[in-house]
Ligand binder design. Structure first.
Ligand SMILES: Nc1nc2c(c(=O)[nH]1)N[C@H]1C(S)=C(S)[C@@H](COP(=O)(O)O)O[C@H]1N2
Ligand SMILES: [Mo]
Length: 205
């Protein structure tokens, strides 16, 4: 019985979001929070963890966990759209704006894109201008609780305006590039940019 109650709730939410113009084409609403990633969940050691910048920047940044925690904080509510067609609405994220990291590292004017590097080799590329959007943050809290390891804890990137694969979990490094380069999924057939409203799922789209 529970499963039917859940599904009618889900359908109601989906209809509401469609009417509100918040359901991108080809997506379905989920009430749950699916866990989706390649490989294992990395172990977090606050003594050795750091967040770095590299590439075309004026200042190479290297922050310890304590230094990261001392940065100014932001909170925002955003929808999340996975290319495998589920959308999770009204996620409450807390963390540090990407702009704060950008201000610290001062990208050179020649930097146009960023390769985001996570633990265990996952990468994804995003234009710098899109990362500087005020909706982009490095999140360590979700819906009022510390971000769970399986969802990218201690720290993940959140890029609400692009498909979920751009929201790299266990983020460790931002590499500033001159020109675009494909990250992991982008090399494996996913779209270089990934706008859910234009259904940019795969490269040929
Ligand atoms: N490091 C890393 N980050 C990742 C992925 C991954 O495989 N590895 N998968 C991406 C994909 S495809 C999605 S939809 C979201 C899923 O986030 P969630 O598991 O918290 O729902 O994480 C993204 N970030
Ligand atoms: Mo995804």
């Amino acid at each position: 019985m529970g499963i039917f109650a859940d599904n009618s709730q889900r359908k109601q939410l989906e209809a509401h979001m469609r009417d509100a113009g918040r359901l991108p084409p080809g997506q379905v609403a989920t009430l749950k929070w699916p866990v989706l990633h390649l490989g294992g969940v990395p172990r977090f050691d606050p003594k050795t963890w750091n967040l770095r910048t590299s590439g075309y920047v004026s200042n190479l940044v290297r922050l310890t966990w304590d230094e990261f925690q001392a940065l100014p904080r932001v909170a925002l509510t955003a929808d999340f759209h996975c290319v495998t067609r589920w959308s999770r609405f009204d996620n409450r994220w807390e963390g540090v704006s990407f702009r704060t990291i950008s201000d610290l590292t001062q990208p050179l004017t020649s930097a146009t894109h960023v390769m985001v590097h996570s633990e265990e080799g996952y990468t994804t590329n995003v234009p710098l201008a899109d990362l500087l959007d005020e909706t982009v943050l490095l999140a360590d809290r979700h819906d009022g609780a510390a971000l769970e390891p399986e969802h990218g804890g201690p720290l993940r990137l959140v890029v609400p305006k692009l498909y979920g694969w751009k929201s790299a979990k266990w983020v460790r490094e931002f590499e500033f590039l001159r020109g675009d380069q494909p990250g992991y999924w982008e090399r494996n057939g996913y779209h270089l940019y990934g706008d859910p409203w234009r259904e940019q799922r795969f490269d040929a789209d």
